[in-house]
Design a protein around this ligand. Sequence first.
Ligand code: SF4
Ligand code: SF4
Length: 201
Amino acid sequence: MLKFLKQVVDYGKETWEATRYIGQGLAVTFDHMQRRPVTVQYPYEKLIPSERFRGRIHFEFDKCIACEVCVRVCPINLPVVDWEFNKASKKKKLNHYSIDFGVCIFCGNCVEYCPTNCLSMTEDYELSTYDRHELNYDNVALGRLPYKVTNDPMVTPLRELVYLPEGVMEPHDLPDGAPRAGSFPQDLVEEKEEEKEDAKG
Ligand code: SF4
Ligand code: SF4
């Protein structure tokens, strides 16, 4: 008899748990039914990439010292640094530099370790081509600066969804100067410096 009662109680508990989980799932569904769809009308509208976005790499030929650190830190030894030794100046002379973005995994190691900061990650993510060989950028192509989404008169820039003010789900018609969620990297650096100053003082 006791065993039967225990089975009935367990069954009741499991039924209650299952009902609760179904209710939680449906609550999310009903919550989304009240929201408008957020559709970015690409390419007429584009999301502004975040500050730390790792897009196509920019290269400054004149700053490169052909040290090949970027090759050694790259997980796939990708950058091609073509140099020759100049006997007169006793220095390396860079002839060509290239990165194949068909292979690059955009990890940013080369940018992080370059001693002369001649590499940087840009916000350019529109790299699609019909021929994969066109993704092998030489130093001329790498030297081009990307066109910023916010400067393009043909495009309506939209704030990335994670940077919308708290509680806002729709990036369209956001008033200028609306607060954003989170802090800019420079704000975080300033906060840290202030904390250090306070700790000292
Ligand atoms: S690490 Fe920087 S300076 Fe050295 S070869 Fe690479 S791009 Fe040039
Ligand atoms: S971003 Fe990463 S994978 Fe691409 S070239 Fe630099 S180190 Fe190599």
